[in-house]
Ligand binder design. Structure first.
Ligand code: URA
Length: 263
């Protein structure tokens, strides 16, 4: 099969494009610029696989010599579900989401990272993959690697449950938006989640974890905290680059540990 024939429609590359390396792990960022940053700054001999639809993907080698893909999920679970399905078709068996999030606990501060152990999954895309009650749990062993990586790097981190929802504004109870009418059932939901010891809001991990359970691959998630929802709704721009840098460092170090045995 030629490279063109094996190319998957959305991610824009296929098995033939990575046949020389056969990567089995992907770091998956929501933002194509983050996927590029990981490839350019953290991987050796990185090359672009595709920039189809803004779903930029790169192949490169970790410092331990293991090939990985740095890919883009796009924003939200529907886009992520397509990318993850196609990455698995290309041979990926471990996915670490490298994202950003909003804290809903006082002690989870902007600039730190949250490592998600499981998600409260309030996402429509996941309903097409598994029953609503199906657990959205990270791979426990990969999660331990993420925690070990954060500890080794001295990165302020928190481990726990994430609320993974479909919308950035309404679903995360933002009232400063174009929508003048927040539905009644969403008013007060952030406080309720705070009492349920949920650490943060983000928009992809729940569906990723359910897909991992159903398809049979390992998934983990580390997110940089860029909003503090106990005090406001805005992105804390001062904390963003540090939070993202730390999340990327933790993900890369965990990937390195995870793949060490394969070297
Ligand atoms: N991503 C989210 O989903 N929410 C935030 O508040 C910040 C990043």
């Amino acid at each position: 099969m030629t490279s063109e024939e094996s190319r998957l429609y959305h991610i824009g590359f296929g098995r033939a494009d990575v046949a020389d390396a056969q990567p089995s792990l992907a770091l998956l960022s929501g933002d194509p610029n983050r996927a590029r940053l990981i490839a350019e700054r953290f991987l050796h001999d990185a090359r672009s696989l595709s920039e189809n639809r803004g779903l930029n993907s790169y192949l490169g080698w970790l410092p331990n010599g293991v090939p990985i893909i740095s890919a883009t999920s796009g924003m939200g679970a529907p886009s992520l579900s397509i990318v993850v399905n196609e990455l698995v078709q290309v041979g990926i068996r471990t996915i670490i989401r490298v994202g950003t999030c909003g804290s809903i606990q006082d002690h989870v501060r902007p600039g730190s990272v949250v490592i998600t152990s499981a998600a409260l999954c309030r996402q429509g895309a996941a309903d097409d993959i598994a029953p609503r009650e199906y657990p959205a749990a990270a791979d426990p062993f990969l999660t331990v690697r993420l925690v070990e990586a954060a500890r080794a790097l001295g990165v302020e981190h928190h481990v726990g449950i994430t609320a993974s929802v479909d919308t950035f504004f309404e679903g995360q109870e933002r009232v400063a938006s174009a929508n003048p009418h927040l539905l009644r059932w969403l008013r007060g939901i952030t406080e309720e989640y705070r009492h349920l010891n949920i650490l943060n809001y983000e928009m992809e991990s729940g569906t990723l974890f359910k897909m991992a359970g159903v398809y049979g691959f390992a998934a983990g998630c580390v997110c940089g905290v860029i909003a503090q929802r106990t005090t406001g709704e805005q992105i804390v721009m001062d904390a963003k680059s540090l939070a993202v840098e730390r999340a990327v460092q933790v993900a890369v170090a965990a990937a390195q540990m995870w793949t060490q045995a394969a070297v």
